[in-house]
Write a protein that binds this ligand. Structure first.
Ligand code: NDP
Length: 509
């Protein structure tokens, strides 16, 4: 930025203009009747300047408000044509330009970057077949498995309606009444809840997706973006110390690393499940609160993402960037994961709310290829295809879909009656086995100590006794008796595992 400014300083300065391009009369003075005023209503330039100023903000995202991002590319390193016909993945060495946006979930634009939170990991691939958006997080699982609960969950993380304050009580109330969140909350309360930088965290598609090859063969997949910088986390104390030192630490770090040409990169590794495996897998593979164990489906490296270009204008390229879960390309589609199906509506609609119906026409969002369809008009429309007809069918050469060549990627549905229900239970569906495995088999003793301290600290801040007790009985003891006992001790509670015997069976309804 500084370099750019000093270069500009040396050039001949352009004349200030109105938004319409005509020369502006002054950068300093309003139009007045005499030197002391009054200010005149006919000062069109002043009117325009003030009117534009009060419209500088667009509505914030409702969550994932504070983010940072950068441009780069994705390079294919392995032949994946056996699994998908997606054109941008069809050749080893092929590079596709892309944008990545990382974010916190609950905090607003001025919130500290290093707050304990899940981090958004949203990717846009500008492919030759249109934009492919993969909107994931830095954790492989999520807090719920049904989109009906999503707004309630987000409300519980935000501010109280009466005081305008955030509330740990509200968070633990929601979590302890939603046992399916235990896996994600275990991640969140571990040191992975406070990544050192955006560069030092993994990204996961989290949901399961469908890949289809040119012959129509389908597989289920999960995306894992493994940081090539290595995972690094802050401790709770380090993350909090950083609030004071630098609120924008993650944003600054990403920008600075790219500016000094230390381009962050991630290796894309896929888990691939044969289509037929899903029906009889021991737990529901589409349940986003669970991972697929690596021993069942090992990760296979297929490519690499590199971020090598900072935005030139943060608002135009990062704030206005819109990521839509429903932006797929041929060869990739959703799965029966109810969360991904719900999100296919909500993300596009969020962009329509923030940027208008023509959000996809903004430079950062528009695809590289031409767009032809029958959508018409709307605020801020500036793309149009000459005098192409705006209805179908038509006799005048408008675009025509090719259903033989392009179809919705689907799967066989044996639905039964229309109903509202939890997923059908598989043999080993359980909310606590996987967070228990994480605690017992993956975390080191130091990680476990930090996890216990982080939970105790968080639950000690304004959480009612009854909610603390419920979180122990219905949550931490079922995850692991040792974890429950350590949290109980830290909170000074005398709850024992015996009082929790009935918890943890089956999937929450
Ligand atoms: P594995 O032992 O094969 O995998 C464990 C994985 O956990 C590692 O590969 C690593 O994945 C991740 N991990 C390592 N350290 C930490 C940490 N401190 N905090 C969180 N995650 C860590 O076992 P399974 O595949 O059977 O999984 C066991 C448990 O590990 C799961 O229940 C889940 O909680 C967790 N896990 C599993 C993942 C999966 O996709 N199978 C992914 C991440 C975590 P990575 O390189 O992705 O960080």
């Amino acid at each position: 930025m500084e370099k750019q400014l000093s270069k500009q300083r040396e050039q001949k300065r352009p004349i200030t203009t109105t938004n319409a391009g005509s020369p502006a009369p002054s950068d300093e003075y309003s139009l007045t009747a005499g030197p002391d005023g009054p200010v005149l209503l006919q000062d069109a330039y002043l009117n325009e300047k003030l009117a534009h100023f009060v419209r500088e903000r667009v509505p914030d995202r409702v969550y994932h408000v504070k983010g940072s991002g950068a441009f780069g590319y994705f390079e294919v390193t392995e032949d994946v044509s056996e699994w998908t016909k997606a054109a941008f993945l069809n050749k080893v060495g092929k590079r596709t330009p892309m944008l990545a946006r990382f974010s916190t979930v609950a905090g607003e634009e001025g919130y500290p970057d290093t707050d304990r939170d899940v981090r958004g990991f949203a990717l846009k691939f500008y492919t030759e077949e249109g934009n492919y958006d993969l909107v994931g997080n830095d954790t492989p699982v999520f807090f719920m498995r049904d989109p009906m609960k999503f707004p309630d969950f987000i409300h519980s993380q935000e501010r109280m309606p009466d005081t305008g304050l955030r509330s740990n009580n509200m968070q633990w109330d929601y979590w302890s009444l939603s046992p399916e969140s235990a896996h994600q909350v275990t991640f969140l309360m571990s040191d992975r809840g406070t990544p050192r930088t955006y560069r030092h965290m993994n990204g996961y598609g989290s949901s399961t997706y469908l890949w289809e090859n040119a012959a129509g063969r389908k597989v289920w997949v999960k995306y894992h973006f493994k940081t090539e910088q290595g995972i690094q986390n802050f401790t709770d104390a380090e993350a909090k110390a950083m609030y004071i030192e630098d609120l924008d630490y993650h944003r600054r770090d990403l920008n600075a690393a790219i500016a000094r040409k230390e381009y962050p990169s991630w290796r894309l590794e896929m888990q691939i499940m044969p289509y037929e495996d899903a029906a009889n897998y021991r737990f529901n593979p589409f349940d986003i609160t669970k991972v697929w164990p690596h021993k069942d489906y090992p990760t296979i490296p297929i490519g690499r993402m590199v971020l090598d270009r900072n935005p030139e204008n943060f608002f135009a390229q990062i704030v206005q960037a819109g990521f839509e879960v429903s932006n797929f390309v041929p060869g990739i589609g959703p799965s029966p994961d109810k969360m991904v199906l719900g999100r296919m509506f909500a993300y596009g609609d969020s962009q329509r709310y923030r940027n208008g119906a023509n959000s996809d026409q903004l430079p950062v969002n528009r695809p590289l290829n031409e767009v032809h369809n029958y959508n018409k008009d709307g605020q801020m429309r500036f793309r149009y295809n000459d005098s192409q007809p705006v209805y179908a069918p038509n006799s005048y050469g408008g675009p025509q879909a090719d259903p033989q060549r392009y179809h919705d990627p689907g799967w066989l549905v044996e639905a039964g009656e229309i109903m509202r229900s939890a997923y059908t239970l598989h043999a080993e569906d359980n909310d606590f086995v996987q967070p228990g495995n994480l605690y017992r088999n993956v975390l080191s003793e130091t990680d476990r100590e930090h996890l216990v301290n982080n939970i105790v600290t968080h639950m000690s801040q304004g959480v009612e006794r009854s909610i603390q007790e419920r979180a122990l009985k219905n949550y931490w003891y079922p995850v692991d008796p040792d974890l429950g006992a350590r949290v109980a001790k830290g909170l000074g509670l005398t709850i024992t595992p015996e009082s929790t015997k009935s918890a943890g069976k089956g999937q929450s309804k």
